[in-house]
Design a protein around this ligand. Structure first.
Ligand code: GLP
Length: 236
């Protein structure tokens, strides 16, 4: 893993936007995997400002809440539209459908999307418990798209975006860890001291399903962008 530590989240996000622009400039990147959450917000802000040419690029998102329509203001589809897609033009967007009535068919459809659009560049955040996408502790490292139950810790962490914790969807569709590991290149961002323990476990800890992000230790091309707070527990 390449670890890049910046003083601030803003500085790190700017570097990620520069890396993205330089990686896509050669035209070899056809599909990017995108993530939601508060972590990539500044990265998206810099992309909106820089306006890289993404017209030939397809996007595939990691996850979506079960039960939320694409136009619900807390859906990940809405998040992507608001923070990126309405200002930067891409060729095509894919996200799981939170309103799908047949879960197995929806997971199979998304796996098909991933098979047809192999991810060249995958952006990731990380949960305080080490989750990636919505692959919670215990998730299999070779997993495909699944309908998953969110943990109490994740519900509590995501409650800040809703009026109350009762409104946070308890399930989501998530790309599996196996599909994430199929990406050619992975760029993981983590900011703030609340991510420091997960980052230490991901980088220095043993590989274990209990910390889903440790699966990345097996991948040949991972770059991790941290601010000083998220890097504060690293010892090596
Ligand atoms: C969410 C998302 C993840 C994200 C993580 C961290 O639940 N499913 O893709 O990386 O939790 O969120 P945040 O960036 O808001 O801390």
């Amino acid at each position: 893993m390449n670890i890049i530590i910046s003083k601030t989240k803003d500085e790190a996000s700017k570097k990620v936007a520069e890396l993205f622009a330089s990686d896509i400039s050669g035209g070899v990147i056809k599909t990017v995997g995108l993530a939601t959450g508060s972590t990539p917000l500044d990265f998206y802000k810099y992309l909106r400002a820089a306006q890289p040419d993404c017209q030939a690029i397809t996007t595939v998102n990691l996850d979506e809440y079960v039960g939320l329509a694409a136009n619900h203001d807390q859906s990940y589809s809405y998040f992507m539209h608001e923070h990126l897609f309405k200002d930067v033009a891409f060729a095509k967007h894919y996200l799981p459908d939170g309103l799908a009535t047949d879960s197995a068919a929806e997971c199979a459809r998304y796996d098909e999307v991933l098979a047809e659009n192999p991810i060249d560049w995958q952006l990731l955040g990380i949960g305080g418990n080490g989750h990636i996408g919505f692959n919670e502790p215990g998730a299999a490292f070779d997993g495909k798209t699944q309908r998953v139950q969110l943990t109490e810790a994740t519900l509590a962490a995501n409650a800040r975006f809703f009026d109350s914790i009762e409104e946070v969807p308890t399930e989501a569709y998530s790309m599996g860890i196996g599909s994430i590991l199929n990406s050619e290149k992975i760029v993981l961002l983590a900011f703030g001291e609340e991510k420091a323990a997960a980052i230490k476990a991901m980088i220095e800890g043993p590989m274990t399903n209990e910390v889903p992000a440790t699966a990345l230790q097996n991948h040949a091309n991972v770059t991790v962008f941290l601010d000083e707070a998220a890097a504060s527990l690293l010892t090596k």
